[in-house]
Write a new protein. Structure first.
Length: 392
């Protein structure tokens, strides 16, 4: 008869069972409880972990983790305290906080004009003789306006706006000027930067540019100009300097965008119409009623426009600085040392670069643009100077 295998806990029961079957004790001996060797029990995982923590390496790991936790906690506390401190700061006076936006479609030579504007601002002084604090492309402002760096809150989020201006325009009686110039539209279709609304491939193939200009995504790309003025004007004086370049040169500067010249011209026309509508509907500062925008013609800065007449070009440049200073409220100092050092005159003949066939395509687009804008593009400044009259 087979018996099941014995284990330590069954010793006494098994011995009694064998005895009852008539087997002699001399045949097989079983240990008494005193003789029985009980194997040590395995330590459970928690005990192993505790002992491991108290080892030398374990103590080092614990110390490092505690240090990391302590530093993270202290940083968080500092952030919370800083946020609370900022939330109690008063705002600067509106006239001491100015946002100047060089507004233009893609290809309008932002990179050439913005340094001139910045240099002009940096040479201004306030009533106390202190120079303006000037900054271009401020990260906090860009985050709020365009949704860069992963900003998910809406452009007109009141909490975000109040926090922004407590940061960038503290109440210290200093004049601050923030210059911005992201183009309309901005970036590429596959842009990696985190705009709230990115460039859409569908715009290129819309048959009517009015469809682009009234498209909800286009109105909010790269930012919503209407919401910007409505929500930010309470805290800052906003000024737009419209920079205009001839349509042919504008398109020729980025022929590879949007697939081809035809598609790219379509997108640019749509955003020209969008900007044109904004300027027409929003001519004045909503707080003070002063003009909200002015215009600078890029052709008026170029030597080729004057057939190489440097003296005439220099006079026009000075007149442009004069009316910019007046429009921006920067006082009478319109001389600008080094303002034109960064400017590079282009002598390219873009008609030759594009070729006759593509220039003809652009001329057709220009006719369509005139029709859609009722001949009001480029816009004219009432009682403006000669330099403010731009050619399409």
């Amino acid at each position: 008869m087979r018996h099941p295998p014995l284990n330590d806990d069954d010793d006494w029961t098994a011995a009694e069972s064998i005895s009852t079957l008539g087997m002699h004790s001399s045949t097989r001996t079983y240990p008494t409880p005193q003789q029985k060797q009980i194997p040590p029990r395995r330590r459970n995982n928690s005990n192993n972990l505790i002992l491991g923590l108290f080892s030398l390496n374990g103590l080092r790991i614990v110390a490092i983790l505690l240090l990391i936790f302590t530093l993270a906690f202290r940083i968080k506390i500092v952030d919370v305290v800083e946020e609370f401190r900022i939330s109690k700061q008063p705002f600067a006076k509106r006239e001491n906080c100015q946002i100047v936006y060089a507004l233009g479609v893609e290809g309008s030579i932002h990179h050439g004009f913005t340094p001139i504007l910045q240099a002009l601002a940096e040479q201004q002084v306030d009533n106390k003789g202190e120079p303006y604090i000037v900054e271009y492309a401020n990260g906090r402002l860009r985050k709020a306006l365009f949704g860069l760096h992963g900003e998910t809150r809406s452009l007109d989020d009141e909490t975000m706006i109040r926090h922004l201006f407590r940061k960038i325009c503290p109440n210290d009686d200093r004049k601050r000027v923030y210059i911005e110039d992201i183009s309309f539209p901005a970036g590429h279709v596959d842009e990696t930067r985190s705009y709230r609304v990115k460039r859409q491939p569908s715009w290129a193939k819309m048959r009517d540019i009015r469809d682009i200009a009234q498209d909800r995504q286009a109105i909010n790309h790269p930012t919503n100009l209407y919401k910007f003025v409505q929500s930010y004007s309470e805290y800052s004086e906003i000024k737009f300097v419209l920079i205009h370049r001839s349509f042919v040169e504008t398109i020729a500067s980025h022929t590879e965008f949007d697939g081809n010249v035809q598609y790219h011209a379509n997108v640019i026309k749509g955003f020209i119409l969008l900007i044109s509508r904004f300027l027409k509907r929003t001519p004045l500062d909503p707080i003070e009623g002063k003009p909200l925008w002015t215009i600078v013609c890029m052709e008026r800065l170029m030597k080729k426009y004057y057939n190489g007449d440097d003296e005439r070009r220099n006079i026009s440049r000075q007149r442009i600085l004069n009316y910019l200073n007046l429009f921006l409220g920067w006082g009478a100092r319109s001389t600008c040392q080094g303002c034109w050092e960064s400017w590079k005159d282009s002598s390219k003949q873009h008609e030759d670069i594009l070729g006759e066939a593509r220039v003809d395509i652009l001329h057709d687009h220009m006719k369509d643009l005139k029709q859609r804008t009722h001949g009001q593009w480029p816009p004219r400044i009432e009682n403006g100077v000669e330099e403010q009259v731009c050619n399409l």
